[in-house]
Design a protein around this ligand. Structure first.
Ligand SMILES: Cc1ncc(COP(=O)(O)O)c(C=O)c1O
Length: 496
């Protein structure tokens, strides 16, 4: 049985600017509860204008309907499976959202004196401790605002430590199965990114690594489980090879949802690791909202953590700015606080057993899908996969149907698409990550859709090549949309 395809209205949605009519209002400001001031006197007449020209004028119901309609044009985890590999698009409990909206947590100002925000500081301290325990590391910074930002923070700390030892070194090694942000980060940190090849199982080729590691190498950045969903089984040996030459092991731990409660980076030789709270710990990924990429380090990197650091004093929690060996601040204030709130709430609600179970379910769901889809699609890397796996379009390509076509056809079946053409080491890659929050029924519907598309690719390839057929917008020119986006409606444009 295939999920009923959602129907999409076909008319073009007018912009708020286009339905605007002079004089309509949708807001009512509360009575002033402070003495009124004359804006011209305070700001200067040159900074005050009588009107905001060109803003749309609408009634409340028009605004509500406009945005509600727009929200129905989108696909979200709240609609169904969102198997976008590498992104961990899982359902995040509503309770954690409600907690993040509590007045006492949502409204404190970062400039408030420490003694007035002891509860907020306690939350940050407890989260640091929980993440240190989960990763098996010694200290954690919550400052970085995203995964890639965490990577940069980690590499800058490694650079600072090596510089203090006398030589920051020149290269950072990165397996070809790494996440795409890794080489970009290495370059931003002032290193030359050098690729390490994978072996047939999709793991680091140890022989190649051994040949590449010398005194010019600062670190290896290792995504594990990697973008094939494969765990590096030789991780201890990898750490030893690096450490023997004075280099460090940086782990991209954004895929920690495949390890929680089962394995700890600190136990297998990692020097620094970042986590993506917005993948693993209950902040929705995507949609442009804030994230957080905390970095956990071993003792020897602790002096370089960004300032300020939280310290417990007799008077309570304080920010310590006096850390002479720190790499400095990497972000304003103390990180995205409400992301930290959600993460701690999630960790406390799940408990150690719950986190472990989430990991087991993420792996089980991925392996179930992989096993169910293998009869219809090529599986180039056969090593056991963890939370995600990568198929290839090799069989369908013989009929001219490529990974992008299959992804577009999935939209007609009422599912969001998998990740297309990534990782690059698999030609025609279809990277699928179901996550732990999906039921067997939902996974079975997805299998059914993928099976039906494989059959269509044989019987009627044109149908798949020209998909989607039921969405409001068909295929867009993605290159032009990315390179020459039109992001602003100009009032002077002729209205059609
Ligand atoms: C494995 C991995 N590393 C790094 C990142 C980058 O994280 P961010 O997008 O928060 O910068 C991601 C993002 O999904 C990821 O999956």
């Amino acid at each position: 049985m295939i999920r009923k395809v959602r129907t999409h209205p076909t008319q073009n949605e007018p912009l708020l600017f286009e339905i605007s009519r002079p004089g309509k209002r949708a807001y009512q400001l509360p009575e002033l509860d402070v003495p009124p001031v004359d804006p011209e006197a305070v700001l200067g007449p040159e900074n005050v204008r009588p009107d905001l020209e060109g803003l749309p004028e609408l009634s409340e119901v028009e605004v509500v309907r406009h945005f509600t309609r727009l929200s129905t044009h989108n696909y979200a985890v709240d609609h169904g499976l969102y198997p976008l590999g590498s992104c961990t698009m899982k359902y995040n409990p509503r309770l954690n959202e409600a907690l993040a909206q509590l007045d006492g947590l949502a409204w404190p100002h970062p400039y408030q004196p420490e003694e007035t925000v002891q509860g907020a500081l306690e939350i940050l301290a407890r989260l640091e401790a929980a993440l240190a325990e989960i990763t098996g590391m010694d200290a954690v910074t919550l400052q970085p605002a995203a995964g890639a930002h965490g990577e940069l923070t980690g590499l800058l700390m490694i650079r600072a430590a090596l510089t203090e030892r006398g030589n920051p070194r020149q290269k950072v090694l990165i397996p070809d199965s790494a996440h795409g942000t890794n080489p970009a980060t290495a370059t931003m940190a002032g290193y030359v990114a050098e690729t390490v090849p994978s072996n047939a199982q999709g793991m680091v080729d140890l022989g190649a690594l051994e040949r590449q590691v010398d005194e010019s190498v600062a670190a290896l950045m290792l995504t594990t489980p990697n973008t094939l969903g494969v765990f590096e089984q030789n991780i201890r040996q990898i750490a030893e090879i690096l450490h023997a030459k004075g280099a460090m092991l940086y782990m991209d731990g954004a895929n920690m949802n495949a390890l929680l409660g089962i394995a700890r980076p600190g136990d297998f030789g990692v020097d620094a690791v970042h986590l993506n709270l917005h993948k693993t710990f209950s902040t929705p990924h995507g949609g442009g909202g804030p994230g957080a990429g905390p970095v956990a380090v071993k003792k020897h990197l602790e002096p370089y953590l960004p300032v300020p650091r939280l310290v417990k004093t007799e008077a309570g929690w304080k920010w310590d700015f006096h850390r002479p060996r720190s790499i400095g601040r990497v972000r304003a204030f103390y990180g995205n606080f409400l992301v930290a709130v959600r993460a701690l709430a999630y960790i406390m609600a799940m408990g150690p057993e719950g986190l472990r179970q989430a990991t087991l379910d993420a792996i089980l769901n991925a392996r179930y899908l992989r096993q169910k889809l293998e009869p219809y699609y090529e599986l180039p890397h056969k090593a056991p996969t963890m939370h995600e796996f990568v198929l290839s379009d090799a069989r369908q390509a013989t009929n001219g149907v490529r990974t992008m076509d299959i992804a577009k056809r999935l939209l007609d079946y009422g599912f969001y698409a998998y990740t297309v053409s990534f990782p690059l080491i698999v030609r025609g890659a279809m990277m699928i990550e179901p996550t732990e929050t999906e039921s067997k029924q939902e996974l079975d519907l997805f299998v059914e859709a993928m099976r039906a598309i494989a059959e269509e690719a044989q019987r009627d390839p044109e149908l798949v090549r020209t998909a989607p057929h039921t969405t409001r917008v068909g295929r867009v020119d993605e290159v032009t949309a990315a390179r020459r986006p039109i992001l602003r409606w100009t009032p002077d444009l002729p209205r059609e």
